[in-house]
Write a protein that binds this ligand. Structure first.
Ligand code: ADP
Ligand code: F6P
Length: 463
């Protein structure tokens, strides 16, 4: 029997109920907790150079967690450097924020090789390796170099940018050659998959194979679109369970209307533009003053990367300015919280709101959008206002779709959402739920795992 070995930069927090801010942790956790398996990743610890790289095992329900520590140099070059200061902005079309260094790229490959060595030591030849996200694009190459012939797939949780954007990153050719050592590469949307194929066809002479396969660098790789979902029933059950925070929030609203936004504090999430759009809304629709309140939950993320420190400072200043401008003795327009919430507390908060405001400048999927929809009362649901540049917008077409750079457009959508009749809200919500039930988290996991194992009809197993 082959086992599933999941590999991601970070593994879930060991303590139950601790917040997991990030779509990947939420998705993988839900995907593994049903059937069990092995989950391998960084422990989150930084240790002296000599002590790094040794894998430790812990149990998390049916999941066997294996973690390794990193040295300061590994962390700086791989995680803080190439992954988060080069790849992340590039993959999110923020080329002006990307900083590149060949030494950090070498460090990224070194840590991918360190992971590969540890995984090679625990993998049997028939095991299937499923890697996640942009931290591990060179993992398959390193595992092949370590002598592993296992079937290996990568699912990219982020967007994949247009070729001209990727090519602003000087190591694009090396990175793409390495990435193509995976057997299956999965994307959130058809747009991401097309951009990937486009790069390989134009820049590496790839030929299209059967289905969504590509012949490139002397091998065949398969690609596919696997939109990640949420467990709709579970989110709704969590949203309905009694929760102290939601009760407090509801009481504090005193009948006023609530808009909710929940994001890691990341420049790709469009928070600055969102604050500006909310300000435009208060300017253009004076009747909303003293009534509509935006609750922005944004736990700090990657705080040791300069660009993240800057966006945090900017947002603090903007929140203060907007509140200073519009607040009244008994009403604060913007509640800005820099903290995480356990899922059991977060899901009921969504259910209190009349609007879910999700406006990333670019996002692979955006699970918050799906969680907001799943948490609503189907008989009296809130309205989702969603950026056209979130992967979720490819599926959630019954949301009010906005351009995150268009302040006036967002303000108009907020007014429309808050004034929407119950019948239309119910219809839109039912449409959204239908799509989300079809593209569930279980389906995402099962389709990717089956394609990777080559079990799906018509798929030729990779030799
Ligand atoms: P990303 O993966 O870029 O962070 P997603 O929207 O896809 O973005 O996923 C975010 C996940 O993290 C969601 O499951 C959400 O519930 C969770 N999350 C985001 N912010 C918080 C927070 N403040 N507290 C707890 N969980 C959060
Ligand atoms: O895809 C989003 C992501 O990078 C995930 O890999 C991760 O779970 C989340 O953001 C949080 O980021 P970090 O691990 O850098 O704190």
């Amino acid at each position: 029997m082959s086992r599933l070995i999941v590999v991601s930069n970070r593994v879930a927090p060991i303590t139950e109920g601790q917040p997991t801010a990030g779509g990947l942790a939420a998705g993988v956790m839900d995907a593994l907790k049903e059937k069990g398996g092995i989950w391998f990743g960084w422990s989150g610890e930084i240790v002296p150079a000599g002590a790094a790289g040794e894998a430790r095992e812990q149990a998390l329900g049916p999941i066997r967690l294996f973690t390794v520590d990193l040295s300061r140099r590994d962390y700086d070059e791989y995680y803080r450097g190439f992954a988060n200061d080069t790849l992340w902005p590039t993959l999110h079309y923020q080329t002006a924020l990307a900083r590149f260094d060949w030494g950090e790229f070498a460090g990224y490959r070194r840590v991918n090789a360190l992971f590969a060595k540890a995984i090679a030591a625990l993998a049997a030849p028939e095991d299937i390796v499923w890697a996640h996200d942009y931290h591990l694009l060179c993992l398959a190459e390193a595992m092949r170099e370590a002598g592993c012939a296992n079937r290996m797939g990568l699912f990219l949780h982020t967007p994949f940018p247009a070729p001209q954007v990727l090519m602003t990153m000087p190591a694009h050719a090396e990175l793409m050659r390495s990435l193509c050592q995976f057997d299956l590469i999965g994307f959130q949307t058809d747009i991401d998959r097309a951009a990937f194929a486009d790069y390989l066809v134009r820049e590496a002479g790839a030929r299209q194979g059967r289905g969504q396969a590509l012949h490139v660098f002397g091998r065949e790789i398969r690609t596919g679109v696997y939109p990640i979902g949420v467990d709709v029933a579970e989110v709704r059950a969590q949203a309905l369970a009694p929760a102290r925070d939601a009760a407090q929030l509801r009481a504090s609203m005193g009948g006023r209307r609530l808009l909710i936004s929940v994001d890691r504090l990341d420049y790709s999430k469009g928070l600055r533009q969102r604050f500006a759009a909310f300000e435009r809304f208060l300017e253009d629709y004076p009747s909303a003053r003293g009534d509509a309140t935006l609750l922005q939950i944004a736990p700090p993320s990657r705080s040791d990367v300069q660009t993240y420190r800057e966006i945090r400072r900017e947002l603090e200043a903007e929140a203060g300015r907007i509140n200073g401008r519009f607040a009244e003795l008994d009403w604060m327009p913007l509640r800005y919280l820099n903290r995480g919430f356990a899922r059991a507390q977060l899901m009921p908060l969504y259910a209190v709101a009349q609007i879910g405001l999700v406006t990333p400048l670019r996002d692979g999927m955006n699970l918050v959008a799906k969680e907001f929809v799943a948490a609503q009362d189907p008989q009296d649901p809130g309205v989702l206002v969603l950026s056209q540049f979130a992967g979720a917008a490819r599926e959630l077409t019954a949301a009010l779709i906005v351009n995150p750079f268009d302040m006036t457009g967002i303000a108009r959508a907020l007014d429309r959402g808050l004034g929407m009749q119950r019948g239309e809200r119910m219809e839109r919500h039912a449409d959204l739920l239908r799509v989300m039930r079809r593209n569930s988290l279980a389906r995402w996991r099962d389709r990717f795992a089956a394609d990777l194992a080559g079990r799906k009809q018509g798929i030729v197993p990779v030799q």
